[in-house]
Design a protein around this ligand. Sequence first.
Ligand code: PMP
Length: 304
Amino acid sequence: AQQYPDWIWQNGTIKPWQDATVHVMAHALHYGSSVFEGIRSYATPDGAAIFRLTDHLKRLYQSAKIYDMVLPYSQDELAAACREVVRKNGLSAAYLRPVAYRGLGGFGLSAETPIDVAVASWAMGPYLGPEALETGIEACVSSWQRFAPNTIPAGAKAGGNYLSGQLIAREARRLGFGEGIAMASTGLLSEGAGENLFLVFDGVLHTTPASASILTGITRDTLKTLAHEDGIEVVERDIPREYLYLCDELLMCGTAAEITPIRSVDGKQIGNGKAGRVTRRLQELFFGLFNGKTNDQWGWLEPL
Ligand code: PMP
């Protein structure tokens, strides 16, 4: 059975996990009207640190803005809540989940409900399984496309968007794959169910643009920055599906997935079927931020 942490933050107070409840008529439950973040904290040689907390919270407020949700807490207050809930649960390496949602206060689609806010944290290992970071996963292209840009904004990390992610992820698992990759409504490559994609061609990293209905991930931004600093060229471009099969290396990245190599797509082997040179280098630089081997010149490690 699922093990839960002891404490959670909800609407300004830390409370026992089981007390953080939502009314069944809360707007968000019916209409997907929530915005959230997924953040990781790491145990570093200098103590526990929350990775890019400020950037994640900034995106939370941006997601809220798109849906006219005004959070009743400042970004500093939520940052303090994030730290508090990790500490109170006695965690150092953890996953954090701030969520703001339309609560009880009207049943119409455009109801001006109260905006409730919670922050949970729990211990979490590698999202796509313990071996995934080393040996990579087998992925498939989903029969489900991502939503078009003029239907639901992919740039908001909103609850309702994850109906798409569930279809993609569940189909992939049902067919025996580790994760699903979606095409955009344009017919070009989009992203994974909950991860951005990087392809390597001749040592150059290629990733899909915002116009491909992706969530522009903070891990994606981290890898772009680390690659640039390391002299690895990165290009954002439209990518047709077959490039997935033809690239030298392929990886998925996200807060939960971190940097996961993909060893095959639709049963076709990528490169030599192992994590390639560029992928390994990015993993070394990325995980180096947390073991002290990569100098955090960007101030991304925000002390707990
Ligand atoms: N795309 C989707 C759909 C996601 O859910 C996530 C995870 N938040 C990402 C990409 C990666 O974003 P990040 O690196 O900010 O976690």
